[in-house]
Design a binder for this molecule. Structure first.
Ligand code: AMP
Length: 189
């Protein structure tokens, strides 16, 4: 089974490129952001806890996130593979994912790092605020999420490099080309 991580700054297109991989290869898709937004919609206790963090552009505590991830992953095993979109976001989560996979006889196949300039990211996120109305897509929260990304998530680049699974893709203005490059990399797994 392939276990594919897709990560990058807010607005880097994790959802878009995940969808392209799902369409092409028939993988299952875990978006921890989508899981949390669904819990908020449902008005669950988890949703109430998550809403406070998300609206402030902060990360949900690792313990909580790791438990959620493990149970969603178990519900998706047995298929061709899983795309982890938005998880891990911290080194603690990366260590936990390694353990969760190892306990199930699995490992990370590749970690796709999406590199996009900050100008493009900001434009996309402000555009998304108008079209999707996400509560965390306003300029102040976006800046906070960039800072959180820099301090807590960017260190994953070195982590995955050391694990020998890092693959980097730089957006140069052409989304379809980026999709082709990513698909080519995943085809070679
Ligand atoms: P996303 O849809 O991936 O941009 O996630 C939206 C928000 O959900 C993030 O800004 C965090 O507040 C929260 N979130 C999603 N995934 C995680 C995670 N792996 N760890 C902590 N918080 C997360």
């Amino acid at each position: 089974m392939h276990n594919i991580i897709i990560f990058g700054a807010p607005g880097s297109g994790k959802g878009t490129y995940s969808a392209a991989l799902v369409e092409r290869f028939g993988y299952s898709h875990i978006s921890t952001g989508d899981v949390l937004r669904a819990e908020i919609q449902a008005g669950s206790q988890l949703g109430r806890i998550a809403a406070g963090y998300i609206e402030q552009g902060m990360l949900i505590p690792d313990d909580l996130m790791i438990d959620i991830l493990a149970s969603v992953y178990d519900s998706m095993r047995g298929g061709k593979g899983v795309i982890f979109d938005g998880f891990p976001r911290t080194i603690v989560q990366a260590g936990a994912l390694k353990r969760i996979l190892a306990e199930r006889g699995e490992k990370v196949s590749v970690a796709l790092n999406l590199i996009v300039s900050e100008d493009v990211l900001m434009q996309r996120l402000l555009g998304r605020a108008l079209s999707e109305g996400r509560t965390d897509d306003n300029e102040e929260t976006i800046r906070k999420r960039f800072t959180v990304y820099d301090t807590q998530t960017r260190p994953l680049v070195e982590w995955f490099r050391n694990e020998g699974v890092l693959a980097e893709f730089t957006f140069r203005g052409d989304k379809d080309r980026m999709i082709d490059e990513i698909i080519e990399r995943v085809e070679n797994l």
